[in-house]
Design a protein around this ligand. Sequence first.
Ligand code: 4AZ
Length: 384
Amino acid sequence: MKYGLFFVLSSLLWNQIYTCTTPLGQRSQCISLYDCPPLLAAFEQRPLSSAYLRFLKLSQCGFDGITPQVCCGPLGQPPETSTPQSSRPVWPATNTESNSNSGEIDPVNSEDSAPAPRDQCGIDYSDRIFGGQITDLDEFPWMALLGYRTRSGNVSYQCGGVLINSRYVLTAAHCVTGQIEQQVGSLVTVRLGEYDTQQDVDCDRSTCAPRPQDIAAAGGYPHPGYSDKNINRQDDIALVRLARRVRLSDYVKPICLTTTDAELDVGDSAFVAGWGRTLSGKKSPVKLKLGLPIFDKNDCLNKYRPLGAELSEKQLCAGGAYAQDSCKGDSGGPLMRKLSNGIWETIGVVSFGNGCGRDGWPGVYTSVASYDDWIRSTMRSTNK
Ligand code: 4AZ
């Protein structure tokens, strides 16, 4: 499908950034489609409606190698409509078919400036017993996969994250900035409602889940204190704003953020989930989960100090048993706990470790409680 569109768009050859006029008559810049969130979001809709296709064609201003260049601006109804029929507008905010996948780019909604309200997050109706590794189809419906545009033009999913309201995903700073950009590519898309990455449609014995939702990443906001150079990975936390609101369902729901006063004791059980590397050394195609105990902070400090990683008060340690750990690919995903009222909250973000699953070596997690203010203020300032 994508190559089909590349072909349609390939009528012009142009590879420099230059100013151009969008189909809506605005002056803008001719840049890569992958650097233009509103048009990328339209491009990634499946099925791709003929209206979006037409708008994308009108927006195209060149080609850089195999990458279409677009005159980047908001989607809208272009002035001269040569398409017959349909007097009904099909462009953003006017498409009210709730189940359609034609995916308008939503206007800013002030509800998205804060984490989901406490009565609307962390709800998981699945009732499987922990200890098994494979999750239920509808378990941990807040899990997100972060996709990066590689040099070859493909999307590679390399990090996890959690949905915290209809428009924001919480992840690790090292999943949105630094080495990952050189080693993998830039973050371009977020997948929600995924279960088995090798199946188009995921089903269990009785039901099938809707297809996953792929939404362009409109912005990645790493904590300003994060630096790749810090071996202790302090402030390894980030928010990703989606180019449109996700459709919530049984398979796509936000998780709660832990409240700042929540105490954690050594040995308390916590859980990680994701599609990261398993003992086999390969990334798991299926969403996995694992129960882990909170690890003593002082013991953890003493373990990591000789490696030059001085852990701070804003980090948590969990795990430490052989082969019971998060690993590469789980980064950015959550360390979670289930409260006695059945509500799930995220207490940590998968950050780093000394390898994976080594006996006596817990994984290190960014403590979400320590960043409550930063999360809220960043959501307020970026939801524009
Ligand atoms: C990684 O490389 C990674 N065991 C993530 C988490 C852990 C180790 C490595 C923690 O992304």
